[in-house]
Each structure stands twice: as C-alpha cells, then as structure tokens.
Write a protein that binds this ligand. Structure first.
Ligand SMILES: [Zn+2]
Length: 301
C-alpha cells in the first residue's frame, strides 16, 4: 500500500492545534508518549503489511500516519510530545541485538526520542540487555504475542532480574488483544512478577481485553503500570470495550496509568486518543498524571 500523503505546513498546524490546546488547557508543558514506534524502515514496512492484511484485529486497520520517518518525528514535535519512545520488538531469535543497535543510533540522532531496547529468549539475551542498559537504554519492550514466547522462559530470567535491579521500565504487550497468543493473558507475566516483584513494568494497551486482571496487578505490585495505548478509542471499544463498572479502578490507579498512542500505526488521528481519555470524565488531575506527570516521574525526565 502506498504511503498516505503528508499534509503541507498549514495542514500540520491545523492538526497540531487541538493537540497542543489539550495539554495547554491542562497547564502541562507537553505530552509524554510511552508507546510510539520507530523502527528500521524495512521492519516497519513489514509491520504495516501485517496491518494491511487484516490479520491484526480481524477488521480494517487503515494506518493514518504511513509517512516517512522524518515527517513522523516532525509531527510529534508539532504536537508537543516532549518525549516518545521507539518501541521495537523481534518475532524470532537473532534479531534483538540488531534492533537495539538501530534504536541506539536513532536515539542518538533524535534527542526527544527515548533510547529503547528489546530482547528475545535466546542465549546471549542477558549479555546484549546488559550492554543496552550500559549504553543508556531508558525503556525496554517485550511483545509476548508477536514473539510467541513464554515470558517465564529461563533464558529471560537474568534479563528480568537486570531490569528490576536497574529500575529500567519495560513495556510488555501481554494482554490477549487484539489476538491471543499461547502465552498472553495475566497468568504467564504474573509468574515473572512473582519472581521479580520490583520490576518496573508497563502493561501495553491497558491489558486489553483483560483490563480487570491487569488492573489487579497494579494493586499487588508497586512497579506495575498500564499504558493507555488505543484504550477507550472508538476503534478499541468495538474490539474490546472497557467495562463501565471498572472506571472507579482507573481513578484509583491514577498514578499508574501512562499515555501511550501506538503512533504511527493507528487507524485514527492522534487527537482521538486524547479525546478518548478526556471523555472518561476522570478530571484534570487524572489527565495531568496520565498524559505527562507519571511518565516524567517514572522515566526521570
Ligand atoms: Zn504498539
């Protein structure tokens, strides 16, 4: 599928206006997005082809920001996203170290990008994760569904241990949405937390569709957080609606929820994620914590 057309400057400003108004009205200095993706162009092309195939969620997934990399970075800056990460993840062995090298280079060239890294259960994972932490990685990503691995794999035990020790957060896609994998759901990752109770973990997509179980984990473990990626949007409400009865739990977990967007791989405009949070009606303090302050604290910004 061809790239979507990049708007001209006036178009960018028109789109950015309501996004910057959103955080300015809250009195914030900008947004922090803990769940954006930047990847080597050939890898991203494969991810986009997967979404095009309709296999990602069993429904149309027309990616809005299928743009060249420089234009995607420029748009996040126009939105006032102060920091964003570059989540990448391998689907097979032998890939993670190469992805980490790319992410380190991207972060070095892009001061507002958080230096991110990843891993796979394979011999050597401990060594390249130690190297990435030493090189300044601020955030890791693990994709249990795409990777198809058990997060309790003994090959990962030293990895979780190092991340817990270094207090480096890891974004984990382990909910069973949009499609389950053999090791998705709350159980396998709970086994990891039982062994490494100090892990700073960010459960992607608010744990969809197992919202309840993953919210429970925030009560049991002080380091467990959830990102909002796609949650509460019209798109996600069709796939995995958030139960209204759980709303009070969102308020109670106000210090554990972090803005994530899945930019650029989203089938709607960036503003919609922000509007989806605002319409929960949890108040400006909740929005300030979620859209900026929690991530600033967790990542030491
Ligand atoms: Zn994602």
């Amino acid at each position: 599928m061809p790239d979507t057309p990049v708007p001209d400057e006036a178009g960018i400003l028109a789109e950015a206006g309501p996004v910057t108004a959103f955080w300015r009205d809250l009195g914030l200095p900008g947004l922090v997005d803990v769940h954006a993706h930047f990847m080597p162009p050939n890898v991203l092309a494969k991810v986009w082809a997967f979404f095009d195939s309709g296999r990602a969620a069993g429904q149309e997934w027309p990616i809005v920001y299928r743009w060249p990399q420089a234009e995607r970075v420029a748009l996040l800056r126009a939105f006032g996203v102060r920091r964003f990460n570059t989540l990448l993840y391998p689907h097979k062995p032998g890939m993670a170290a190469w992805l980490n090298a790319w992410a380190a280079g991207f972060a070095a060239r892009t001061p507002d990008a958080l230096h991110s890294a990843t891993f796979f259960p394979e011999p050597g994972a401990g060594a390249y994760v130690a190297e990435a932490i030493g090189a300044g990685a601020r955030l890791f990503k693990a994709h249990v569904q795409v990777g198809g691995y058990d997060p309790r794999d003994p090959l990962l035990d030293p990895v979780w241990g190092m991340l817990a020790e270094a207090r480096v957060p890891v974004v984990v896609h382990c909910g069973s949405g949009p499609r389950p994998g053999p090791y998705t759901g709350p159980e396998p990752i709970s086994g990891v937390l039982a062994r490494h109770a100090r892990l700073m973990m960010i459960i992607a997509h608010l744990g969809a569709p197992e919202y309840h179980e993953f919210l429970d984990l925030t009560r049991r473990y002080p380091g467990v957080h959830l990102d909002t990626t796609m949650a509460f949007t019209d798109f996600m409400e069709r796939v995995a609606p958030f139960p209204a009865a759980l709303r009070p739990r969102l308020a109670a977990a106000a210090d554990r929820i972090l803005l994530g967007s899945d930019f650029p791989n989203i089938p709607y405009r960036y503003l919609h994620q922000l509007q989806a949070l605002a319409r929960l009606d949890l108040g400006p303090d909740w929005l300030r914590a979620v859209c900026h302050d929690n991530a600033a604290r967790l990542l030491g910004l």
